[in-house]
Design a protein around this ligand. Structure first.
Ligand code: C2E
Ligand code: MG
Ligand code: MG
Length: 530
């Protein structure tokens, strides 16, 4: 519209200007005194003003439009780009991948979608703070970017998950493997965070679009590639750190099984399918029953009786280990309350539970609610519990020990810094891993480690329990080693609460059958808990 008005003004200007010029010419030629018509002059002036005004307005408009376009571009960029790392984001990576795939297919090249996840990044974040975490993410992006070919895409899909999309010759997948090796090496370089340094490992999953073409006859779209790369990445994570895996169809099936298992475990925790079993712990010197170790079992209506090696790692992964463990401990306190009060109860604690700052309070609350004596409780923790945040673990353990709870170092000898761990915390007991105990009797070296650990315990004044006593040869050898406690299939497999009760009734070791009157505090406690 402004341009229309400007055009009209210019035409008017030309018209009035022309009229004025002819009037002036005429007046000079006739030398008459008539001169130029004043209305023509003022019309002309008005026209000039109008043109100036409109030109200014037009310039402003052009500027406004440019600014708006810039703002729109910025908004689009913000929506497509991860502000922390400058990478593409979860929204923009699929369309960019589809586009790259199309371009690559024109030159018969394939696309590799590479999913990268930082291992244990949450812990790095917790340990060093979120600012340091952000710095690490920025540096990771930069290190990856420096290694990528020019046409590759780099995205951050969220949290600690990055994606690379790169075209390659399908006949030469080793090029992709070589790229991944360089990325792993680059990220393995320490991250300087002021006074501290952090070391990062990654897990990498790769999905190739030409594979999928062979599989279904249909080309994959970006979303499918992302899904498959994700599955491959989880497979890599399962195999440890700094690993990479190419997607293979069976992985999808395994993931489906895993998802079903997760759902069943979640449901089982809610419906009380997890139950405590108990393994006898014996004083090897006297042969007397000293207590029980509680071992979790899953009575799955579909799968039968399942051992902890299957469900504990999953419960840890999906964040329900705390709830599962508290349910089991509550049941175990209930069962053990009827036993001879001289019998102790050992409970395994997952490293994940020790990350919970309320862990010790939760245990003390369960003790209080059940009326179970803290002196009878022994928490078994493994060395991996202590690798994460020794300061926090120490203060939790100290507050539990102050209440009378004992702490044992389980599976001693299987970690990689056992001796340092032993020194760093005041353990009440060491449990020698059954792999060493099993070696006894095999050859003459078999018992040497056990002897060494027993004398270490002796020196540190920390009593020792040997796990995995499977036969009399092991038992007799251990008896000669020193004053130990022991447990193992030689005394019977772990059994449920009912079987334990039967065993204790037979041995005259149920609290209700004992002649000794209950201690006064014990009595008061029973009354207060009905
Ligand atoms: P652990 O604490 O070292 O428990 C001892 C394991 O050795 C038990 O396996 C037990 O059944 C087995 N065992 C005992 N005696 C013998 C023997 O003579 N020979 C052999 N070959 N094995 C023997 P289980 O019950 O399968 O438990 C495995 C691990 O699962 C436990 O190792 C413990 O680390 C973990 N676990 C069990 N229950 C829980 C729980 O409630 N919470 C947590 N966080 N972990 C648990
Ligand atoms: Mg144990
Ligand atoms: Mg053990």
């Amino acid at each position: 519209m402004a341009l229309g008005i400007a055009a009209a003004a210019i035409i008017l200007f030309l018209g009035t200007g022309g009229k004025m010029v002819s009037q002036m010419a005429r007046s000079w030629a006739s030398e008459s005194s008539g001169g130029v018509d004043p209305t023509v002059v003022s019309t002309l002036m008005l026209n000039v003003a109008l043109i100036i005004f409109i030109m200014r307005r037009h310039r402003d408009l052009v500027r406004e439009v440019a600014e708006r376009r810039k703002a729109e571009d910025l908004a689009r960029e913000l929506a497509d780009i991860d502000p922390l790392t400058g990478c593409l984001n979860r929204r923009s990576i699929p369309p960019a991948t589809d586009k790259l795939m199309e371009e690559a297919s024109r030159s018969s090249r394939g696309i590799a979608f590479i999913m990268i996840d930082l291992d244990d990044f949450k812990q790095v974040n917790d340990l060093n703070g979120h600012q340091a975490g952000d710095e690490i993410l920025r540096t990771v992006a930069e290190r990856i970017r420096n290694l990528l070919p020019r046409d590759a895409l780099l995205g951050r899909l969220g949290g600690d998950e990055f994606a690379i999309v790169v075209s390659y010759q399908p006949m030469l997948p080793e090029r992709i493997n070589a790229l991944i090796t360089r990325i792993i090496e680059s990220i393995a370089q320490p991250f300087e965070l002021g006074a501290a340094t952090a070391e990062i490992t990654i897990s990498v999953g790769i999905a190739a679009n030409h594979d999928t073409l062979a599989e279904t006859g249909e080309p994959y779209d970006a979303q499918t590639l992302i899904h498959k790369a994700d599955i491959a990445m989880y497979e890599a994570k399962k195999h440890g750190k700094n690993r990479s895996c190419w997607f293979e169809a069976p992985m999808e099936k395994a993931l489906q099984v895993r998802n079903e298992l997760e759902a069943a475990i979640r449901k089982g925790v809610k419906t009380g399918e997890f139950v405590p079993f108990y393994e006898q712990q014996i004083d090897l010197d006297t042969g007397e029953l000293a207590g029980f170790e509680m071992l979790a079992r899953w009575r799955s209506p579909d799968l039968g009786l399942i051992g902890p090696e299957v469900f504990i790692p999953i419960a840890e992964d999906i964040g329900i280990i705390g709830e599962l463990s508290e349910n089991l401990i509550t049941q175990a306190f209930e069962d053990a309350r009827d036993w001879d009060p001289a019998l102790t109860l050992s409970v395994n604690i997952s490293p994940v539970q020790l990350r919970d700052p309320w862990f010790s309070q939760k245990i003390l609350k369960l003790l209080l609610e059940s009326g179970f004596s803290a002196n009878r409780l022994d928490l078994e923790i493994t060395e991996s519990c202590l690798l994460e945040n020794i300061g926090v673990v120490r203060s939790m353990i100290t507050s539990l020990k102050n209440q009378g709870v004992k702490i044992s170092l389980d599976d001693f000898g299987t970690g990689y810094s056992s001796l340092a761990m032993l020194r760093s915390l005041p353990f009440d007991r060491i449990k020698v891993d059954r792999s060493f105990v099993g070696d006894i009797g095999k050859d003459e070296n078999g018992s040497k480690i056990i002897k060494a650990i027993a004398s270490l315990g002796d020196g540190l004044k920390v009593p020792v329990t040997a796990e995995g006593i499977e036969n009399t040869i092991i038992l007799e050898t251990l008896k000669k080693v020193g004053k130990l406690k022991g447990q193992g299939y030689h005394y019977g497999k772990p059994e449920d609460a009912k079987a334990v009760r039967k065993r204790l009734v037979a041995a005259d070791r149920m609290a209700s059958l004992l002649d000794t009157p209950a201690a006064p505090e014990d009595d008061a406690r029973r009354h207060s808990h009905g």
